[in-house]
Design a protein around this ligand. Sequence first.
Ligand SMILES: [Mg+2]
Length: 374
Amino acid sequence: MFINGYRLYRATLGCLRPFRIATGLQENCEILLVELLTDTGHVGYGEAVPIPLLTDENLVGCEWTLQEVLLPLLQGKDPWCLREIHNDMLSLTRSKSARCAIDVAVHNLQAQCAGVSLSRLLGAPRTRYETNYSIGICSLEETVSLARQFYEAGYHKIKIKVGLEPDYDVERVVKLNETLPAEVQFRLDANCGWTRHQALQVLRRCQEHRCRIEFVEQPVAREDFEGMRFIRERVEYPIAADESVQNAEDALHLLEGRCVDILNIKLMKTGGLLPALKVVHLARAFRCQMMIGGMVGESEISVMAAASLAASLDFEYADLDADILLREGPFEGHGAGTGHLGLEVPHRVWSDEGAVKYPGLASERVKLVHEWHC
Ligand SMILES: [Mg+2]
């Protein structure tokens, strides 16, 4: 089997509701889709969701990298030689989400060739994962109303975006804690929005109110590893790194410094499934817990790959709601949670029976930008 063609698409996917975090507001997500073709008639999909503040790249640069550098590299390549493909990609670009798109598409080709699901290819013993549901920064009324709605739908883990205004953060979390039943736990994500002092103030006040916070993600700036440890040593809630952990080097630094309790792995940060393994194995060596995450804008393609990775390595926590925060996915007739990656609240569920075959791309939201076929 060898790669004998590819197509690159740009897709615009609308958010279900405007999603605000400490670093900005998202209403529509522009992403890149990669379609790889083989001489055996298999088709593998992957996607790139570049977020400048997280993956250090933008859409235009990522598109150029895929079109001019990475995709031409794949001409005639055997999809089973993925390590070699990664070595070549790393020698040419640091664009993480572009490398992720190729990695996931190649993994999907391998799964199709083997006639198994991606999760089975990775050795996952299960096909369901409990996920949280995320609420962006919004008014107190909307926060409470959404949280109530999600609890009534069956979610017991609710992720709350914070980090813009410390006093308001406390007010929202305390209100939610008082309003929702004791079985609901909250995951706070400040997206680098607090200073050390603010983080300490907010979290100590939450402690005084006995808020049921399962963990706190990225309380301080991405490069402030010492600040993560500072907070961890002074509050009772576990601390998770997201923006701070981009690769294995970051992970080692955080783990050796005892800065965190949990690492949030996202395929767009690691550059795909294969490089993510390095981070996971390091974390396990330090007895650190793992969480699987994703970016708003990721469709079922990436979320399925992320879920498969988490299931294969028994991650403790899952934030697998990226595609269900979207109004629609890139495929015709596949809405949020209705494609191959289903939703049985609070679980994401998928089939282990054979490789997935996606329907046609939805032409009103997905535009071809480049193609090659030999
Ligand atoms: Mg995060």
